[in-house]
Design a protein around this ligand. Structure first.
Ligand code: SF4
Length: 190
């Protein structure tokens, strides 16, 4: 278990899987370290690889739009990826890379202790919720595991490919806020 600052350094220096050889730089999670919502996508894209920041570029703008639809900003959430390095050719991160990188995600989760984890897209949902997760059928569904409420919404890049998914994603984000309210009301019934 690391502190936040140690974790950033460990990720930046990591060469635990072959992605270390093809990346420009590792991309640690970023955002509010007291956030109640943790967003987990699959891997940094090529622009993130160049800039070292998660969710920049067109997909990042879609994410901003989704957050704004529920009156949230990036500063209100914590954003990270299952693997912290860009897979060449934008391919899916291999199961081996995911396994190698998982301790960093575990550490982020333990440091943040978010009541709600939102998987962005199929890869994150299959890693965190269910290996058989079907994003088109199961987005917006909830599981409660190890003290965390978890759901999945379409990845912003998938919304760019098919803008018809935007409304579903907005509704799923509304449900995220409703779940947070429900959790808080259960904690503080008065
Ligand atoms: S993807 Fe994760 S495990 Fe692989 S080199 Fe990058 S930080 Fe290390």
């Amino acid at each position: 278990m690391y502190t936040w600052d140690e974790l950033q350094i460990k990720i930046k220096q990591c060469d635990r899987c072959p992605l270390a050889r093809s990346r420009q730089q590792a991309v640690p999670g970023r955002g509010n370290r007291k956030a109640k919502i943790m967003l987990v996508a699959e891997a940094p894209g090529s622009q993130e690889d160049q800039q070292g920041i998660p969710f920049v570029g067109p997909a990042g703008r879609v994410l901003d739009l989704l957050l704004a639809s529920v009156q949230l900003r990036r500063q209100d959430v914590y954003m990270t990826n299952v693997v912290k390095c860009h897979p060449p050719g934008n391919g899916d991160p291999t199961p081996e890379a995911q396994e190698a990188c998982l301790p960093f995600l575990r550490c982020e989760t333990l440091l943040l202790q978010p009541p709600v984890i939102v998987c962005l897209g199929r890869i994150a949902a299959q890693r965190l919720i269910d290996p058989q997760f079907k994003i088109s059928r199961q987005h917006g569904s909830w599981v409660h595991r190890k003290g965390y409420w978890m759901t999945a919404v379409y990845h912003p890049a998938a919304i760019l490919r098919d803008p018809a998914r935007l409304e579903d994603a907005k509704q799923d984000f509304q449900a995220v806020l409703a779940k947070l309210r429900e959790i808080e009301e259960a904690q503080y019934p008065l």
